[in-house]
Design a protein around this ligand. Structure first.
Ligand code: NAG
Ligand code: NAG
Ligand code: NAG
Ligand code: NAG
Ligand code: NAG
Ligand code: NAG
Length: 387
């Protein structure tokens, strides 16, 4: 092989690896601990997201009596300060969306969603100003306990960074009971988990050959945001090599977690249990008994008013390192990442339970220290310590 061929081959390889797209993410920073009502609402939202029956808690039952109208604008399901979101265009209308590996639909608010406009302050979709909008008669509705999200499905050109997807199906929400600091959600889980039945955007990118590889990855370590990489993985953003774990059910990004716990405290929960990797959840969420064990092991105290576990802020640096066993490897999360500090010296742990949950949800607390890639073709998740 002569030198020129080698250079050409090298270029073919390197140039191809340059072809992925980086989308800058923003982090929503919540300094004040949200009102207890919002913390309970964030659980309600999670129950709905994971198709769990609603539970009536004292606090949700009292929602209407304790709420001052101005508080209704507060973000709900990003209440824990660690939510990431980025920009998206539908036709040429701009929105911010949460890139969520725990769901499979793209949703944005419709112009007739009065709650979205008045209470949440969202950007809303103006059909009349849209260029290639196709209404698609199907309506959808998810009703859960006291909450409901409903609307119609439609399709339009959807652009993320330099990528423009033609005829992307999405849900136009005309009614909602929760607000967030972003306008909509872009689901990145499997088509099988879609509620609207539309093919999820990343699959459309692959079908329409808009990305070179079937991989997307999150690097959420940096201070105020991070990045979502569509169509590849950037090895300069992590240490060593990725550890891969196979997806065990192609609906969510579900995998088998070997264990989770504090090795230095001889605390080990979960023995080859079900877990999902969810960029759309702030904390690490698990079955009640396990979460109680993790929290009591670090001497956190339960505050029944808002359902959170608190630790004295001054103790953070003395707390043990959390360890997750995945695919035979150890992944560690420092207390500085798993404890969330709010204004007024209130520190809460990143371990939350959800009554009746029989699997684990590995949220942003984990993503903040780990680079995570998702391969929809090989059906596997890659994890490495983030740089
Ligand atoms: C990969 O990440 C590094 C570090 O942020 C950056 O300098 C580089 O441009 C990235 N590579 C590509 C192809 O975007
Ligand atoms: C909820 O409302 C009931 C009846 O109004 C009241 O007795 C109870 O103390 C309230 N609970 C909280 C947590 O505010
Ligand atoms: C909002 O608009 C959609 C589409 O035109 C329509 O189907 C739906 O009934 C409207 N909803 C409300 C609450 O007005
Ligand atoms: C409506 O949308 C669904 C989901 O995207 C799709 O399966 C169906 O074919 C669409 N119907 C029409 C009439 O476009
Ligand atoms: C993961 O899946 C691949 C492809 O199905 C298979 O070859 C491999 O053995 C699996 N790895 C483990 C650890 O199960
Ligand atoms: C529980 O939380 C409430 C509201 O954030 C706070 O006012 C109260 O002091 C907390 N209780 C304890 C024991 O820390």
């Amino acid at each position: 092989m002569n030198q020129r061929v080698v250079i050409l081959l090298l270029c073919a390889f390197l140039c191809a690896s340059e072809a992925f797209h980086r989308i800058a993410m923003q982090r929503h920073r919540h300094r004040k601990l949200p009102h207890g009502r919002h913390l309970w609402a964030s659980r309600k939202h999670m129950r709905r997201k994971f198709g769990m029956p609603a539970v009536t808690t004292q606090s949700t039952a009292n929602t209407s009596t304790t709420s001052a109208p101005s508080e209704a604008i507060e973000p709900l399901f990003n209440a824990f300060q660690t939510q990431f979101y980025g920009p998206l265009f539908v036709s040429d209308q701009a929105f911010t969306v949460q890139f969520d590996t725990g769901s499979s639909d793209l949703w944005i608010p419709n112009s007739n969603c009065s709650t979205c406009i008045k209470e949440c302050g969202n950007a809303v979709f103006q059909m009349a100003k849209s260029k290639s909008f196709k209404a698609n008669g199907t309506s959808f509705s998810i009703t859960y306990g006291v909450g409901k999200v409903s609307g119609v499905t439609a399709s339009e050109t959807v652009s993320i960074g330099q990528i423009s997807i033609k005829d992307q199906g999405f849900g136009l929400v005309s009614q909602t009971d929760t607000c967030s600091s972003f306008d909509g959600v872009l689901g990145m889980a499997y088509p099988g988990a879609s509620v609207t039945g539309a093919r999820p955007p990343f699959y459309q990118m692959i079908d329409q050959k808009l990305v070179d590889s079937s991989i997307f990855s999150f690097h959420l370590k940096s201070g105020d945001g991070g990045s979502l990489i569509l169509g590849g993985s950037n090895s300069s953003l992590y240490h060593g090599s990725l550890t891969h774990v196979n997806v065990t059910q192609q609906k969510m990004w579900q995998f088998t977690m070997d264990y989770i716990g504090f090795p230095s405290k001889k605390c080990r929960r979960c023995n080859s249990c079900k877990a999902i990797m969810d960029s759309g959840t702030s904390l690490i969420v698990g079955p009640t008994e396990d979460i109680t064990q993790l929290n009591t092991k670090i001497r956190a105290t339960y505050n029944a008013t808002n359902g959170i576990w608190q630790v004295p802020c001054g103790r953070i640096s003395y707390l043990p390192v959390l360890e997750l066993g995945i695919a035979g490897k150890k992944f560690q999360v420092r207390p500085q990442e798993y404890v969330i500090a709010y204004e007024g010296d209130v520190c809460i742990t990143g371990f939350m339970d959800l009554a009746g949950l029989n699997f684990w949800i590995i949220g942003d607390v984990f993503f903040r220290e780990h680079y995570v890639s998702f391969d929809v073709e090989l059906n596997r998740i890659g994890i490495a310590k983030a740089k």
